[in-house]
Design a protein around this ligand. Structure first.
Ligand code: SAH
Ligand code: SF4
Ligand code: F3S
Length: 438
């Protein structure tokens, strides 16, 4: 199984892997040795789909050497393109949307008899994959999906069409899954949803759920992604403030600065509301990391409107940002607008935005210099085998000499430098192990 796209897909792949293992299938360690290859795909931008098309070109060659090999496309691109995939790529055996995964083991068995291709892209109002146990990769962090789908219909976005309507899991089952993850050695829980803070099950909303997960013994860190600004309320911020194990960082997608563009995007907030929301976050949660997503070149975006995005960034100075060139998605409302922006203009705007964000990331990171911060050691630094990399509570990567620390340790690190997007530090004290067995 190969996973593309967002963390929701990572979580879904783990769910499917768990289901497959339970049905007697085993993961192959090489694609050439695999009887079946599944691609869990993304459709958020054209580029994401292009990647899958070229990957399928390679798999087709592999299949010509091994004609029995099953090729399955699952996830958002499968849901988006449906039967069209088979029309253009008849060597594909399964096309399964995000709500059809329970059928995979049965379809694989049935394929042995009929070898007919199957397309199942029915979306469900109820499927939340209850009572399935994901097969997680070893590590620090366990992804737990708490809600699926999105009802926001931002005009640029394909997700409401590929993931269907919003639905949430019961609090008890999320708590149980988090507890199990802790029992298996995970110390960080990331709660996932396309629209994570629209969570609602019976009377429980997102703040109540966060509060319940924070009380599970052994959960050392809780993160969540992605919230929508419309659904961030003070209750959520108070719960974050009141629990030391809920990380002091919020991902808050801005998308654009100008009110006219926000309205055309159907983002449901105006610039002033977004600004006051970030102020509230920083008042209630001092030192909170705020990251964002921004799109440049949305249809009709004028130079002045783009400048407003830069001006909002200047006011907020996000800790980090994911930045994208608008990519037209067939089927969405914005794809039908008549005033699309040229690629050249998008390139220029993106470059400006990246430069500015780079300055802001450095500005925020430099404010950490001299402070001693608590870091969870997560992995070896990519650049040097004598250094560890770990994250702070407010989601910044810190690189520091290993000393006597080990992965899974909490360490106090004094920050001595900020370069690129990382902080650099020295260990002051190795604290407690985040859990007993490593
Ligand atoms: N549910 C999440 C978004 C998931 S998509 C949320 O609302 O925060 C992640 C990001 O991809 C979005 O925030 C947006 O910035 C970007 N994106 C979505 N559709 C896009 C498109 N058509 N073109 C370019 N970027 C897009
Ligand atoms: Fe897409 Fe908007 Fe839903 Fe996020 S909130 S998934 S950007 S429609
Ligand atoms: Fe991509 Fe689907 Fe996630 S479109 S970003 S995989 S929800």
């Amino acid at each position: 199984m190969e996973t593309y796209g967002c963390q929701m897909n990572v979580a879904d792949s783990e769910l499917v892997a768990g289901m497959m293992e339970k049905s007697g299938f085993a993961e192959s360690d090489s694609e050439s040795g695999a009887d079946a290859v599944f691609l869990n795909t993304c459709a958020i931008r054209e580029h994401a789909e292009d990647k899958i098309h070229s990957r399928l070109g390679k798999l087709r060659m592999l299949k010509s050497e091994n004609p029995g090999m099953i090729i399955g496309i699952m996830g958002c691109m499968a849901q988006h393109l449906k039967d069209n995939i088979l029309q253009n790529k008849p060597f594909v055996d399964f096309v399964l949307g995000p709500d059809s995964y329970r059928r995979i083991p049965e379809l694989l068995r049935r394929h042995e008899e009929t070898s007919a291709s199957v397309v199942d892209t029915r979306l469900s109002r109820f499927e939340v994959y209850e009572n399935l146990y994901p097969s997680r990769q070893e590590g620090i962090n366990a992804w737990i999906s708490i809600m699926r789908g999105c009802d926001k219909f931002c005009t640029f976005c394909i997700v409401p069409f590929t993931r269907g309507r919003e639905r949430s899991r019961p609090v008890e089952s999320i708590v149980k899954e988090a507890q199990q993850a802790v029992d298996h050695g995970f110390v960080e829980i990331t709660l996932l949803g396309q629209n994570v803070n629209s969570y609602r099950h019976c009377d429980a909303r997102f703040p109540e759920l966060l509060d319940a997960v924070a009380q599970i013994p052994g959960v050392m860190r809780i993160r969540f992604t992605s919230p929508h600004p419309e659904d961030v309320d003070d209750d959520m911020l108070f719960v974050i403030r009141d629990h030391a194990n809920i990380c002091n960082s919020v991902h808050l997608p801005l998308q654009a600065g100008a009110d006219r563009i926000l309205q055309r995007m159907n983002r449901t907030y105006a610039q002033a509301q977004f600004l006051s929301l970030t102020e509230r976050i920083r008042n209630i949660l001092p030192g909170c990391g705020i990251s964002t997503d921004i799109i440049v070149g949305f249809p009709g975006e004028t130079e002045e409107e783009f400048d407003e995005t830069l001006a909002v960034m200047e006011k907020i100075k996000f800790d980090s940002a994911f930045t994208f060139k608008y990519s037209s998605r067939p089927g969405t409302k914005a794809a039908e607008y008549s005033d699309h922006i040229s690629e050249e203009v998008k390139e220029v705007r993106l470059a400006k935005l990246l430069d500015l964000q780079h300055e802001h990331t450095l500005f925020r990171n430099r404010q950490e210099i001299g402070k001693t911060v608590n870091v969870l050691v997560e992995k070896e630094s990519k650049k040097s085998s004598s250094e560890w990399a770990g994250r702070t509570d407010n989601n910044k990567w810190v690189i520091f000499p290993k000393g006597s620390a080990e992965i899974f340790d909490f360490v106090d690190v004094t920050i001595i430098d900020a370069r690129g997007v990382s902080l650099f530090g020295e260990i002051i004290q190795v604290g407690k192990k985040s859990h007993a067995v490593v």
